[in-house]
Design a protein around this ligand. Structure first.
Ligand code: CP
Ligand code: NVA
Length: 312
């Protein structure tokens, strides 16, 4: 059966653990994996901009002896001139694996339904699972263990990264606090919260929602934020959003309420004028560039897993 990775729910807790272990081995022993993707091609479909995702997937394929094709559909929108299902059926006659960064989550679901090769979600408006696999790998590198840690996410929480963090932390046994302004547009998706709470219960951790950044970060080991202006946010909404989100900016005063050993994480791209102060993102507790680098190792592990190509 073809395996897709559209949300973290597409893998089990055990598989997540194995992927994180494999990512560590790939990072430590890259030479072992130099031929793993020999003669394999990844198609990368982009409807939105990207630096990290594009470069990490493409470089990752090169490092494992494979090839990646960048296909921008900015000028030829998916599902307009050619249907999503025709695109999927055609592409999967050529390539071994597809990743796509799209606006609508339902579009990637349709792409996957019609693809005979694995499809990876490289971000939709709804979720960003590749980011969170890399983040969990990064947290494990820093703290050794995941279970029992506390992560506080503050800011825009009706957000793809927040949704994937909710699933990922719950699966990994990390307690997660999510803090956002008390307006409906910043609230995480209620189904995601409900499901994450169930998954968390099974893994011995808790999911809590807050309307105060100060309360949420108390004693946290990881402070995480994301852009207030995700790629899909219209320009005309920016001013009002920035005003409402202002109390959720991560400053050194906010960081000082976290645990002594706390780290700062951000998936990037970041605005030093909005969600995070430069003293934090450029400070000693920031691990944002390790996060960025680890995208590649984690995705390599994920691609090998989906292709069932993890053996010797
Ligand atoms: N974090 C992340 O996905 O970055 P890009 O938008 O640059 O790919
Ligand atoms: N929430 C952000 C993540 C960018 C990697 C966005 O969708 O733009």
């Amino acid at each position: 059966m073809v395996r897709h990775f559209l949300t973290l729910k597409d893998i089990s807790v055990d598989e997540l653990k194995t992927i994180l272990e494999l990512a560590a081995d790939i990072k430590e022993n890259p030479e072992k994996y130099e031929e793993k993707m020999r003669n394999k091609t990844l198609l990368m479909i982009f409807e939105k901009p990207s630096l990290r995702t594009r470069v990490s997937f493409e470089t990752g394929m090169t490092r494992m002896g494979g090839h990646a094709i960048f296909y921008s559909i900015k000028d030829s929108p998916l599902g307009k001139k050619e249907s999503i299902s025709d695109t999927a059926k055609t592409a999967s006659r050529f390539v071994d694996i597809i990743m796509a960064r799209l606006y609508k989550h339902s579009d990637i679901e349709e792409l996957a339904e019609n693809s005979s090769v694995p499809v990876i979600n490289a971000l939709t408006d709804f979720t960003h699972p590749c980011q969170i696999v890399a983040d969990l790998f990064t947290i494990k590198e820093k703290f050794g263990e995941l279970k029992g840690l506390k992560l506080a996410y503050v800011g825009d929480s009706n957000n793809n990264v927040t949704h994937s963090l909710l699933y990922g932390c719950a699966m990994a046994g990390i307690n997660i606090n999510v803090a956002f302004p008390d307006y409906p547009e910043f609230r995480p998706d209620s189904t995601v919260v409900k499901e994450a709470k169930q998954i968390a219960e099974e893994n011995g951790c808790v999911v809590k929602l807050f309307n105060s950044a100060e309360e949420a970060v108390k004693g946290a080991n990881i402070i995480y934020t994301d852009s207030w202006m995700s790629y899909h946010i219209p320009k005309e909404e920016e001013e009002e959003r920035a005003e409402k989100l202002a109390p959720f900016r991560v400053t050194s005063a906010l960081m000082s309420r976290a645990a002594e050993n706390a780290v700062f994480m951000h998936c990037l791209p970041a605005s030093r004028k909005q969600e995070v102060a430069s003293e934090v993102i450029d400070g000693a507790k920031s691990i944002v560039f390790d996060q960025a680098e680890n995208r590649m190792h984690a995705q390599n592990a994920l691609m090998l897993t989906l292709l069932n190509n993890t053996g010797e």
